[in-house]
Design a protein around this ligand. Structure first.
Ligand code: FAD
Length: 482
């Protein structure tokens, strides 16, 4: 025991790039032993899903900030690239560390790697903590001992135990340093930022990756946007949601901290309506639900949750897929969403549903194509949320309702972007169209189009499918799997 006092603990950080409410780090700090904070960039051939391109941009900035934060604590974030086991073995042997502390991951490959740690390093003290979710997936069970496959009963079940959340843990005030820090690589040599072309130019003005950015956004959201959130979250043209998703994905803020801050703000400022507070809580619970689904159904990213839909005949339509990816389908709300994604690395939730329905129903293209594109282009691309939500919108998921979830892109556009402001922000070639024409420009008369400088098929595409025909085709294809 006395000997252990001086032996370092490695805190291996992954989706928990923060000091605040970080149980693995807090327990290591409390021990008084030297701490080696470590981040490992997995090899391209590692058994975990590689980062998407937009993730890499985010990760670069997030790690840069985290390194500075550890510096302020008198510590150092060690950056290494390679096979995780080989890196750990090297650091364990060279630093004399006798313990590795981690926060738990839920994806299939990641949890397999974490599960193997004890057998690989059997003389090392491996300690695993809960940090990412509000509810441990092993603890939430249905009456018959299974897991929830539908959100509403899941939400009702977990809501009963809300009072029992632990309090978020404050960041450590200092960290004991080892005699020598292990060798660290330079972040700049990792080539995480796009250069030629720099397609992430637009991200810089939209986001502040890192823990400080996460905390600032959380405070701003709670102070300015929480009141009115329930209604505001359905207006894609305005910045009325928390935009915490990439921060939560990279673990720059914990879901527990986000929830607690929102609840405390609502408690303090009585003017925040209860429905707004509750809606935000429900969204964070959706996030938990998706993680629980992934944890219990580990092939969520690749297999239809409902096997019935394995028989579905998806279309192979490269041209249509490309039109969708590049925002050139001829449906303004869909194109605006896909261009927002490209410009910001993020898309409003309502529009994610619209473009998801359009891909899987109107174009009858496999949801896995959409999931992969989102994974590569979203800064918040998340193994649990992305796969679960794609299956949800495709209707192949846990609560399969493919026939009800065929969104009419024109009606959605009229309902959720009535003045066309969202469309105008991202599809400038339509910006001069009046509200009544902007949702379906092919229905506008020639004079209106001329006045707005729109020539269909030239300045803006004609629709690549007719929605009514496409809806019937999708219905028939889904029906055929019965
Ligand atoms: P807010 O409205 O402020 O919500 C707060 C938080 O709650 C979010 O940050 C998020 O963590 C969680 N949340 C909100 N809505 C959902 C939801 N429907 N499912 C799960 N969690 C939710 N979210 C991701 O984080 N990563 C993804 O890869 C992702 N892919 C999606 C793909 C499709 C097809 C669809 C329809 C939705 C997807 N979502 C994904 C869910 C949702 O669109 C985003 O979480 C939300 O738009 C993020 O913006 P926000 O942080 O401002 O959300």
């Amino acid at each position: 025991m006395a000997k252990e006092q001086g032996q370092p603990i490695i805190v291996w950080l992954r989706h928990d790039l923060r000091l605040d409410d970080n149980p693995a780090l807090a327990h290591a700090a409390e021990s008084g032993r030297p701490v080696i904070p470590l981040f490992i960039l997995a090899d391209a051939n590692a058994p975990v899903r590689p980062y998407g391109s937009a993730h890499k941009w985010w990760l670069h900035h997030s790690l840069k900030e985290l390194s500075a934060s550890f510096g302020k604590l008198g510590s150092r974030l060690v950056l290494r690239r390679g096979d995780a086991f080989a890196v750990l073995e090297d650091i364990l042997s060279k630093s004399g560390a006798t313990a590795v502390y981690i926060n738990r991951r839920y994806g299939p490959e990641a949890s397999r790697v974490d599960g193997e740690l004890e057998s690989r390093f059997n003389c090392v003290d491996i300690q695993c903590f809960e940090a990412a979710l509000l509810h441990d997936p092993d603890q939430v069970k249905t009456g018959s001992g299974g897991y929830y496959k539908v959100y509403t009963p899941f939400m009702k079940s977990v809501s009963a135990g809300l009072h029992s959340y632990r309090h978020p843990i404050d960041p450590p005030s200092g960290l004991a340093a080892p005699e020598h820090f292990p060798l660290s690589e330079s972040l700049d040599t990792w080539g995480l930022l796009p250069t030629n072309p720099n397609w992430a130019k637009g991200f810089q003005s939209e986001w502040i990756p890192g823990e400080t950015g996460a905390q600032e956004r959380l405070s701003y959201f709670c102070d300015e946007l929480l009141a009115g959130y329930e209604e505001g979250r359905n207006k894609p043209s305005e910045d009325l949601t928390s935009r915490l998703s990439p921060h939560l994905h990279f673990g720059e803020v914990s879901a527990l901290r986000a929830l607690t801050t929102a609840e405390e703000t609502a408690h303090r400022r009585k003017s925040i309506p209860d429905n707004d507070r509750q809606t935000f809580r429900r969204e964070l619970i959706w996030r938990d639900f998706n993680h629980h689904l992934l944890y219990h159904f580990q092939n969520l990213a690749t297999d239809n949750f409902n096997h019935r839909f394995n028989a579905l005949k998806w279309r192979e339509a490269t041209g249509d897929l490309k039109a969708w990816q590049t925002g050139r389908t001829g449906y303004p709300i869909v194109d605006a969403g896909m261009r927002q994604l490209w410009q910001m690395g993020w898309m409003h939730n309502r529009v994610r549903m619209i473009v998801g329905s359009f891909l899987t129903k109107d174009l009858l293209i496999d949801w896995r194509e959409g999931e992969a594109w989102f994974w590569d282009t979203l800064v918040d691309g998340d193994e649990a949320n992305n796969t679960s939500q794609w299956q949800w919108i495709a209707g192949t998921g846990a609560d399969a309702q493919p026939f009800f979830r065929i969104f009419n892109p024109i009606k959605q556009s009229q309902d959720f972007d009535p003045e066309g402001d969202y469309i105008r922000s991202f599809v400038p070639e339509l910006s001069k169209l009046p509200a009544k024409a902007i949702h379906a420009p092919w229905e506008a008369d020639g004079a209106t189009l001329d006045e707005a400088g729109v020539t269909l098929g030239e300045t803006y595409p004609r629709p690549i499918v007719d929605h009514k025909e496409a809806r019937d085709r999708a219905n028939a294809a889904f029906q055929a799997t019965r």
